[in-house]
Write a protein that binds this ligand. Structure first.
Ligand SMILES: [Zn+2]
Length: 202
């Protein structure tokens, strides 16, 4: 296992334990940790890191999953800046930084990063990208019963009710009050299903 993947799994175990681990099979909350990434309850039931999280059974590893979600978030941020003008602290940027930002903004012509773009950027199949994004959105929708609406531009062109639902929840996962949520916050939600208010770190 790649080191970065193991780090993510260790973080998942930490979150599960901090939230009060309870074995899904027997309800026990006595456990020990094996190899840093497996929880074993008192009766011997094993729970690997990704079980009961949004990362379970995905074709993409966790580090890539997070990078994809960040690319989707970043694209929307850039698209939004494109619509609403350049950052207000534009004057504070160095010339080469301005160049980078101009380049990013000029690429962000649609609000929702397409699964084709995700596939090519992350070197995965388009179907894998599509399934991944949909399943993350639907997992969030399942775990968080509130209904959300997303901006027209975000869901534009989606063909069926299920994809719309998936993307509405995805928006809610990635943004809070229209502000991008932190990587930590997004990760926490994908482990616990809980969307926090996230007062800090913007
Ligand atoms: Zn158990």
């Amino acid at each position: 296992m790649e080191e970065i993947e193991k780090q993510y799994k260790k973080q998942i175990i930490e979150i599960k334990i901090n939230n009060g681990f309870e074995c899904k099979k027997c309800g026990s909350n006595e456990y020990h940790i094996k190899n840093e990434i497996v929880i074993i309850c008192k009766k011997g039931h094993k729970e690997t890191a990704t079980v009961n999280t949004a990362f379970h059974g995905k074709k993409v590893p966790i580090f890539k999953a997070m990078a994809i979600l960040y690319a989707v978030q970043d694209n929307y941020k850039n698209w939004f800046a494109n619509q609403n003008g350049l950052p207000s602290n534009w004057g504070g940027y160095q010339e080469d930084e301005k160049e980078d930002i101009r380049e990013k903004l000029s690429g962000a012509t649609i609000a929702r990063l397409s699964s084709e773009a995700v596939a090519s950027k992350f070197e995965i199949q388009k179907k894998t990208a599509e399934d991944f994004i949909n399943s993350i959105g639907l997992w969030v929708a399942e775990n968080d019963s509130e209904d959300y609406e997303a901006y027209e531009e975000w869901i534009q062109g989606l063909k069926n009710a299920q994809s719309i639902k998936a993307y509405e929840s995805l928006f809610h996962l990635l943004f809070y009050d229209d502000k991008p949520r932190s990587e930590e916050g997004v990760f926490y939600t994908l482990v616990t299903g809980i969307i926090d208010n996230e007062p800090e770190q913007y």
